[in-house]
Design a protein. Structure first.
Lengths: 121, 107
């Protein structure tokens, strides 16, 4: 069971970046997938989630990113995406993809290693 | 949004000590409360789910209790590898929210 993020890097304020999260070892197409971020020296912040297509495939976004970030998934590739637009310096963080194999209420038990996004001029 | 408040924010303890971290929700979350451990530069690790269920592979010195709005994480006898930061998280409703974290340091 594994999640591997990629796509992080340095981007200027106002720029865009797309993160990917490759899943393996579990049934990706039934999993609700989350993004969680952690700014340098700060705590954990839930960015949002995308439900499985069987549960409607809808998305929920945290207020700070709503309208700027978009989640998507390609179940044929077992891959989750995070499209980040209009980036701000306060979006600088390590971004983790994560899921709860028991179901959304029961704790996120699978995490990627994280990918670092730095927004700076 | 449901606010999660942990206390203390930091804690100094010695190997062998028993420690308790508390987490309070701003409204009832039934038992949809999870605890994570995070070491520097690493992803969080799930310790306890549904307030009191021990995640597979987690040592039994970790335990959780509570329901409604008040929860605790107890470490029965601290080991050197337990010095880390701990977070509570509610998954009762969206948006999912975390406590601010408790940093457990060696005395």
């Amino acid at each position: 069971v594994q999640l591997v993020e990629s796509g992080g890097g340095l981007v200027k304020p106002g720029g865009s970046l797309r993160l990917s999260c490759a899943a393996s070892g579990f049934t990706f197409n039934t999993a609700w997938m989350n993004w969680v971020r952690q700014a340098p020296g700060k705590g954990l912040e839930w960015v949002g989630r995308i439900k499985s297509k069987t549960d409607g495939g809808t998305t929920d976004y945290a207020a700070p990113v709503k309208g700027r970030f978009t989640f998507s998934r390609d179940d044929s590739k077992n891959t989750l995406y995070l499209q980040m637009n209009s980036l701000k310096t306060e979006d600088t963080a390590v971004y983790y993809c994560t899921t709860a194999l028991r179901g959304r209420y029961y704790g996120m038990d699978v995490w990627g290693q994280g990918t670092t996004v730095t927004v700076s001029s | 949004d449901i606010q999660m408040t942990q206390s203390p924010s930091s804690l100094s303890a010695s190997v062998g000590d028993r420690v308790t971290i508390t987490c309070r929700a701003s409204q009832s979350i039934n038992s949809y409360l999870n605890w994570y451990q995070q070491n520097p530069g690493k992803a969080p690790k799930l310790l306890i789910f549904a307030a009191s269920s021990l995640q597979s592979g987690v040592p039994s010195r970790f335990s959780g209790s509570g329901s409604g709005t008040d929860f605790t994480l107890t470490i029965g006898s601290l080991q050197p590898e337990d010095f880390a930061t701990y977070y509570c998280q509610q998954t009762y409703s969206s948006p999912v929210t975390f406590g601010q974290g408790t940093r457990l340091e060696i005395k």
